[in-house]
Design a binder for this molecule. Structure first.
Ligand code: HEM
Length: 126
């Protein structure tokens, strides 16, 4: 998806919380949404929000699939796909582990999305 998909022009004047001089969006202003910042507010999600925790409880209100009328139509399918794919991966390769220290894996260089360019793994010895 190209960056244009994330960009829009403001249709209305809007104020954001904080310093009004800095955070006023005027009609026609270009807006670039940072999906990387979604669900990353420690005030809303707790101080450990940056920790990747698949088993975390109480995150049903996260913004991974957006919010409101344009919330992702494919969210239920994406959840099923992830469940099938990850279960299949770990069934096929039990004992899969990282091949590098977790804090040594380079994130993709982007201020729009989070992710890794590659994820080196080791299969368990058979
Ligand atoms: C992990 C996988 C996925 C993630 C993280 C994701 C995330 C998102 C997000 C954040 C939005 C909202 C964009 C916005 O507010 O402008 C969105 C919209 C949308 N997604 Fe997904 N998506 C995923 C998979 C899918 C799949 C599998 C489909 C279809 C088969 C799909 C179809 C759509 C559609 C049609 C919209 C537009 C909804 C609208 O504008 O009313 N997505 N998605």
């Amino acid at each position: 998806m190209g960056a244009a998909a994330f960009a829009a022009l403001a249709g209305d004047r809007a104020g954001l919380p904080g310093d009004p001089a800095l955070l006023l969006i005027r009609k026609g202003d270009p807006i670039l949404v940072s999906f990387a910042a979604a669900s990353g507010d420690p005030e809303a999600y707790g101080d450990d929000v940056a920790v990747f925790d698949l088993l975390r409880r109480g995150r049903r209100e996260d913004l991974a699939f957006g919010f409101g009328v344009h919330r992702c139509l494919g969210a239920p399918l994406a959840r099923i796909e992830a469940g099938v794919a990850l279960a299949g991966l770990f069934d096929r390769f039990p004992g899969l582990t990282l091949a590098a220290p977790a804090d040594g894996i380079e994130p993709v260089e982007s201020f729009i999305v989070n992710g890794y360019g590659s994820l080196p793994v080791l299969r368990a010895q058979q």
